[in-house]
Design a binder for this molecule. Structure first.
Ligand SMILES: [Zn+2]
Length: 506
């Protein structure tokens, strides 16, 4: 797999990101993004990181000092078994994701299993971000002070939760979730806070007493309190959110009040991004198994294109990803902005399917098509052919898929051609000259059809039949022009011979 890392600095800062940065005051800035790695981290989650990155770039462009972090909520409890994970994992419900074993045994934990591929994509894309893991932050004492503060303001935090969410809070509610001896973070009840010793005394579900040192990660703050507490601990000045968090009474509503009224910390700048859907499949959802992994998309396009695709024109708008019919047009728009004389993506798809992995043959096909720049840069060409090939395998509509017919297959496939079609192919073979470009071949195919009184459909159908074994295919002129002239001549004339031989025998 390609591991080429692109530079982010070459991507222009989008207008919306500039506006967001303008609303943020003077720095230094701390831009926070994050995810709970409870299942596959999909392309919708990538949108959050890329929104953060765009704002970071906008801030840097005006000379600000910026830290950019990815806060992985690895200490969060496992709430639901991800699709494909064995049912026995129900035993781990309530346990920290960092302490649940990897269901496939390839990483150190359940959390790492899902974080690993996502972080790898960020590295491949050249996103300059610090990776933080919440269980390490709790264990190292990073959250000790805000945890103490939260515990001391238990009543106020509880009141805010009740007022904002409208929910009746349990009698013994605590902002802190100590870890029981079983490993579970749920069902425990804090009965005493000992701030001098930085620990709480709690009762577990079975009524047994326990003690948790909150400076050592022996528990965590509940999610809504933690959100506000980590803004303060990290010094966050900006954080993008998906719309599930920003709904009325949602986690940002409670965190905003907690930050102001309890932690005495200014609410960081905010940006609400919309969801990404896959055309024909619906909204991305790890729990429903509707998932598109960012790594799969890096197999079909370069990092710059993926950035553009995931952000869209405006990330506050929902995005319906069309990776099938609409993808070649998307790639062409992207290439138009980044390349000189770009090769249309559909043509790359044709070339890739015609020459397989042969870069030399691909270069000569492109040269004949008039794409000198693309033919000259071999490294990029190999990469582009890889994207085209991977897209064809995974997403291309049937109409764009083809394979060159092997010589032995020709007689059988060509058996249905009429005598006129055969003579037409022979005439084209004689008219074909080395060095003709796509337009010239297209003219030849067309004018010869007129000459033989053949309808274009029958004429071009004959061409596709003997080359691809199909009645249709890529635009014939550039396609045929890109092939070796000797090969095409031989193939077109062979059909005429085959008939003669066949008729002589019968
Ligand atoms: Zn794994």
């Amino acid at each position: 797999m390609e591991q080429r890392v692109s530079s982010i600095s070459s991507d222009p800062v989008p207008d919306w990101a500039e506006k967001v940065a303008e609303r943020l005051g003077p720095g230094p800035h701390m831009v926070v993004t994050g995810i709970s790695p409870s299942g596959n981290i999909h392309i919708g989650n990538l949108r959050e990181v890329l929104v953060g990155e765009a704002v970071v770039n906008a801030l840097k462009a005006r000379g600000e000092e910026v830290r950019f972090v990815f806060h992985a909520d690895t200490i969060d409890p496992l709430r639901k078994i991800a699709p494909g994970v064995p049912k026995e994992y129900e035993h781990y419900l309530g346990h920290s994701l960092s302490r649940v074993p990897d269901p496939e045994g390839c990483h150190a934990s359940y959390a790492e299993h899902f974080l690993g591929p996502f972080e790898e994509v960020l590295v491949r894309m050249g996103v300059e971000i610090e990776f933080l893991r919440s269980h390490e932050l709790y264990e190292s004492g990073f959250y000790t002070e805000v945890t103490r503060e939260a515990l001391e303001h238990t009543a106020e935090l509880c009141r805010i939760l009740q007022e904002v969410s409208g929910r009746e809070m349990p009698e013994h509610w605590s902002p802190y979730l100590p870890r029981a001896a079983s490993g579970s973070l749920s069902g425990t009840r804090v009965v005493e806070h000992l701030p001098e010793e930085r620990r709480v005394v709690f009762m577990d579900e079975g009524g047994r007493e326990g003690s948790a040192d909150y400076s050592k990660g022996e528990g965590k703050l509940g999610w809504r309190v933690e959100l506000a507490a980590r803004w303060k601990a990290l010094g966050a000045t900006f954080e993008p959110f998906g719309k599930d968090h920003t709904s009325r009474g949602g986690s940002t509503d409670t965190a905003d009040r907690m930050a102001r009224e309890v932690f005495r910390y200014p609410v960081p700048g905010r940006y609400e991004y919309e969801w990404i859907q896959i055309k024909g499949k619906g909204a991305m959802s790890s729990s429903k198994g509707i998932v598109l992994l960012p790594g799969e998309l890096l197999d079909i396009m370069p990092p710059g294109a993926l950035r553009r695709m995931v952000l869209g024109r405006d990330p506050t708008r929902a995005l319906d990803l069309d990776l099938v019919e609409g993808f070649p047009r998307f790639m062409d728009e992207y290439k138009a902005g980044t390349e000189n004389n770009p090769v249309p993506f559909a043509h790359l798809v044709t070339v890739a399917q015609t020459v397989g992995g042969d870069a030399e043959a691909a270069a000569s096909m492109l040269l004949k098509g008039g794409y000198r720049e693309a033919a000259a840069d071999r490294e990029k060409l190999v990469e582009d052919l890889g994207y085209a090939r991977n897209w064809t395998k995974a997403w291309a509509p049937e109409s764009l898929r083809f394979g060159m017919l092997e010589p032995a297959e020709v007689p059988e496939v060509a058996a249905g051609l009429s005598a006129e079609q055969r003579r037409y192919l022979a005439a084209v073979a004689y008219g074909l000259e080395e060095g003709m470009d796509g337009d010239e071949v297209q003219n030849l195919l067309y004018s010869t059809a007129v000459e033989f009184g053949l309808k274009p459909k029958a004429a071009f159908g004959a061409v596709y039949t003997v080359l691809l074994g199909k009645k249709s295919g890529p635009k014939a002129g550039p396609f045929v022009a890109g092939l070796d002239t000797g090969f095409v001549r031989e193939r077109f004339l062979k059909v005429l011979e085959d008939t003669t031989a066949g008729r002589a025998e019968s």
